[in-house]
Ligand binder design. Sequence first.
Ligand code: GDP
Length: 462
Amino acid sequence: MVLADLGRKLNAALSSLSRAPVVDEKVLEALLKEICAALLESDVNVKLVSQLRQKVKAKAKAHFESGADRGKEANRKNVVQKTIFDELVHLVDPGVEPYKPKKGHPNVIMAVGLQGNGKTTTCTKLAVYYQKRGFKSCIVCADTFRAGAFDQTRQSATKAKVAYFGSYTETDPVAIAAQGVSKFKKERFEVIIVDTSGRHKQESELFEEMVQIGQAVKPDMTVLVLDASIGQAAEAQSRAFKESADFGAIIVTKMDGHAKGGGAISAVAATQTPIIFLGVGEHLTDLDRFSPQPFISKLLGMGDVQGLMEHMHDLANANPEKQKEMAKKLEEGKLSIRDWREQIQNVMNMGPISKIASMIPGLPQDILQGSDEEGSLRMKRMIYITDSMSAVELDSDGSCFLITAKDGKPEGLTWRVARVARGSGTSVREVEELLCQYRMMANMAKQAGGKNGWMQTMQKMQ
Ligand code: GDP
């Protein structure tokens, strides 16, 4: 069962609780049965599932017996839902904080893992991720075992416009790693990702090589790359690696297609190692940051305010001056069409639209119907429309497109709308729609008001 299916099943179970007229032990039992079945289908370990069941039961029972909310079914439902939410978070929470790359510091990240797990792909995804967030990022390919590994890095790094280092002639991976890291440190790179050789299985040779590379490049963080398809076997694999290379974090790849994703995540959490990202596809942007609470929140269709805020924050870090200016305009309620266009472009840079949509709490997930391509095409058309506007129009609040009656109410559209439609190859209706969306956004921004208003509004929605 892929994660979305697991999320839907958990969500359906919790919704049935909302509909139940009374909440008693029988209802709780039926609910837990559904939730546990969904978790087991996702390959979560039987023992972990049974622990979750016992804990929820014990906590809910204690609450029922306290009689604190006798007759108040809504309260009871909230308590049961919150208990289940907390226990699901606990299931994927190793209770350990991962290393966080620091700006202005050469953060060396070494990736290890078995061949085919997605290590090389993930290294480029990581470099892209950090690069987008304002870190000068690069990749060192120290995988001399797999023929074509350097070519793969070269191709994907070039596509992603990320600096890379490797060699066709040097056969010693330790030497390549040391040379690459030293070169990039001198060039003041801030995130230096070292891709190491994988093997088909856990061999002592691989572990020795990992230790030697580790000694040569002294990583700030070693990341184990694991394939989700192994499900709960992830626990054994991560323990085996931990004995040799003391890694500080894990990335679970191929979460997009595998039935056993939930099993892999919970198994890893049991080894007290934090998962930092999930690989969710073959594209360079298919990398989701992982942290327990937002993950469960998103899984249950409740949005991920933290993730969204981080995205915004990262974008702000990448261009602090611009964002300061934007915050001031927001504060004054003066967002022009040009500012709005910039925000749309920012959203497009954040990654596939469906992912961003799933982070926004309260937003119906079908609002951006169709594929990501269709979604980004819709956004691109919005950009084309604004491209056909004059500088005066872009810097305006959109009122120059409206004919206003004496009482201030809009009563028609000016000639500008038809001109923009013609220039952008769209229709008058599309331009009108865009202006209407802009006005909605500008009003929302005005109401939210202030630098933190938007964030507070979002948090209240959760
Ligand atoms: P390595 O041997 O560990 O370096 O593995 P590669 O990076 O070469 O990846 C092996 C295969 O897995 C490639 O076909 C990748 O495109 C694919 N892959 C990697 N990560 C993901 C992911 O998150 N989702 C999917 N669907 N495929 C992935």
